[in-house]
Write a protein that binds this ligand. Structure first.
Ligand code: B1M
Length: 207
């Protein structure tokens, strides 16, 4: 489906009210949640990112775009998340230490909840101990997100730390700079480049 221009512009320019209204209008018009996310919301974030990359946008502009994206996601979340269903398993997810990007992580968490998993959302800038504690609380799969090339090595530290502490728990990695090759290199159990793909990888790990 084509991108929804009103929604794209609302997120790109960081207009939260317009984003809320545009996402509701898109749903009322029968646009699929998948198209709303991929063709408009994620596309708008990529767009502002490309301007930042070439020095034509400021961090503050990325931040207000991220807030508008978050507002739009709050409208979509109830449609993705089923309630009152026996959880299929327990998963924890967090953005690695040093990294404050949480939109992709939040999307993965939403998808996992929607697929019937109990999700322990650890937030951003998660220390090694945070992941270890989540596993001690019962997480059967550990999901790591990173958006910065400089924070990618923290994923390797989590994999190593969990092994060293004697936990035999699958670790799944993702985020814009992560590749299957990197996941293999650090000994992660799985990788996905998309939020929906992460659900399939978790399913495979627990089957
Ligand atoms: Co930042 N930032 N940022 N940023 N930011 C990027 C990532 C960047 C690519 C921008 C650019 O230069 N083009 C660049 C990184 C460059 C690099 O490392 N090579 C960058 C930079 C440099 C920075 C700062 C260092 C800027 C500075 O201070 N000088 C700083 C770092 C702060 C920190 O983390 N310590 C910074 C700060 C910020 C804001 C706070 C302003 C804001 C974040 C707000 C927030 O998250 N609440 C921000 C934003 C918004 C971005 C961009 C524009 C958008 C990121 C985003 O939300 N994308 C981004 C540019 C870009 O991505 N093109 C950029 C949408 C989101 C849905 O996609 O997170 O990739 P993504 O998630 C996808 C998949 O990757 C996947 O599923 C999602 C849906 O398909 N996925 C997983 C994610 N996690 C997964 C886990 C899985 C599986 C799949 O399994 C477990």
């Amino acid at each position: 489906m084509a991108r929804n221009e009103a929604l794209f512009q609302a997120v790109y320019t960081g207009d939260r009210d317009a984003a809320r209204e545009a996402v509701q209008a898109a749903l009322d018009n029968g646009e699929s949640v998948e198209s709303i996310m991929n063709d408009s919301l994620i596309a708008a974030m990529r767009h502002i990112g490309s301007y930042f990359e070439c020095g034509e946008a400021f961090i503050s502009e990325m931040l207000i775009a991220a807030r508008a994206m978050d507002t739009a996601l709050q409208v979509i979340e109830p449609l993705l998340v089923k309630s009152g269903v026996e959880p299929k398993g327990r998963v924890c997810i967090g953005t690695v230490q040093g990294d404050l990007h949480d939109i992709g992580k939040n999307l993965v968490a939403m998808m996992l909840k929607g697929a019937g998993y109990q999700v322990d959302d650890l937030g951003v800038d998660c220390s090694l101990e945070t992941y270890v504690s989540a596993v001690e609380r019962g997480a059967q799969v550990v999901c790591l997100s990173a958006l910065l090339t400089t924070t990618m090595p923290a994923m390797q530290d989590v994999v190593a730390q969990l092994k060293q502490a004697g936990f035999d728990v699958p670790v799944i990695v993702g985020g814009a700079p992560i590749t299957q090759e990197y996941a293999d290199q650090i000994g992660a159990s799985g990788f996905s480049s998309t939020a929906s793909g992460a659900v399939s990888v978790v399913e495979r790990c627990l089957s």
